[in-house]
Design a protein around this ligand. Sequence first.
Ligand code: FAD
Ligand code: PYC
Length: 417
Amino acid sequence: MTHFSALSLLKNALTGQKNWQAQWPDSQPKSEYDVVIVGAGGHGLGAAHYLAKEHGITNVAVIDKGWLGGGNTGRNTTIIRSNYLYDESAKLYDHAVDLWEGLSQDLNYNVMFSRRGVLMLAHNVHDVQSFQRHIHSNRLNGVDNRWLTPHEAKEFCPPLNISPNARYPVMGGALQMRAGTARHDAVAWGYARSASQRGVDIIQNCPVTAIRRGTDGSVEGVETAKGFIRAKKVAVSAAGHTSVVMDSAGVRMPLESYPLQALVSEPIKPIFPCVVMSNTVHAYISQSDKGELVIGSGTDQYTSYSQRGGLPLIEHTVAAICEIFPIFNRMRMLRKWGGIVDVTPDRSPILGTTPVPGLYVNCGWGTGGFKATPGAAHTLAWTIAKGTPHDINAPFTLDRFRTGRLIDEAAAAAVAH
Ligand code: FAD
Ligand code: PYC
């Protein structure tokens, strides 16, 4: 390692993700690629990795308006699980969990996947019935999930308050043991490094301003801040901004964009062994390897492209955490931030082909697309390479909003919308 790179790695470690950009020199795009992917989040970079590794397609550019991993990939609370109700979703998210298990080896980059268990708390009869229905459905799909009584829940997560006098008493919980967390920016970096080593160009600080179509209606390329780039295929994976980019190609998307925010506490010694989510009291929490409590909130009640989020909501979240875990009452919070999530009417993503030949889309992950990253990327790469959907992403068509074959997973979102 050179003196320079050792120094910049140290600076990186001390000052956080933004300096990664400094390590990754801004490249100039070529004038033409086989495939252009709009959005260098985990999904876009992952798709480039699988295109190169599994389909031998390396003449690919991943273009981002900011720095790689600077969108929702670097802003989420890193919860990974596959306890979804419907068969289509269970297959998709469980495919992702399968890939998470071998991802560090696949990328030769430690994404710190930690299978520590995700516990979803039930606070009323509706929660109990809904989670038990999920457990039965999950088992039929081969997805692990089991019911814990309040005392079993406390044994699993000792800081939990199971007093019957609590404002929202814990009536039990659904535990998926195979679920957990991973280090979000390592996922972006690992996929980026692997794709780049295989010949993919990663172009940062380069907004895509429009998708250009030819006279026959098919994709011709993208207009960008660095000029026009010709491409036979374009895949849009731009999370909260997908509808704007797709609109420029003449495709109207059934999406709304909302801020979703999270916060972390000051770092403390290991105290919190798992992930706990409570949709009713409304908060979710885990502890990062750095020691910070990682806490997430619900979406704001209004559409916006602001990467912040409102104060009242975050106050409500912190109050909810103190309610369920009184032990954290005196903790100090260190920082908060927001990301823009794009939400579909049935709360399931849209993946695959579009009415425009050569144009592909991966969006609508709403509050829950981090867990899907390897699965979404893997099936997106397949779809781009072959021009047809993969078996696993085939049900998640754009067309379902016309035909009515919706996959209504709002209850599995586990985050208030
Ligand atoms: P992104 O990482 O957002 O990447 C999209 C990229 O597109 C961005 O880098 C952006 O700069 C770029 N872009 C946009 N417009 C353009 C343009 N015109 N030109 C070029 N580039 C463009 N999911 C979970 O599963 N578990 C969680 O615990 C969880 N917690 C969350 C907490 C918060 C606070 C937030 C905000 C989200 C959370 N999510 C969670 C959701 C998850 O983060 C996202 O669904 C997922 O990261 C989406 O990945 P992506 O690669 O599609 O998008
Ligand atoms: O989908 O598990 C999830 C999630 C947790 C926080 C935000 N999304």
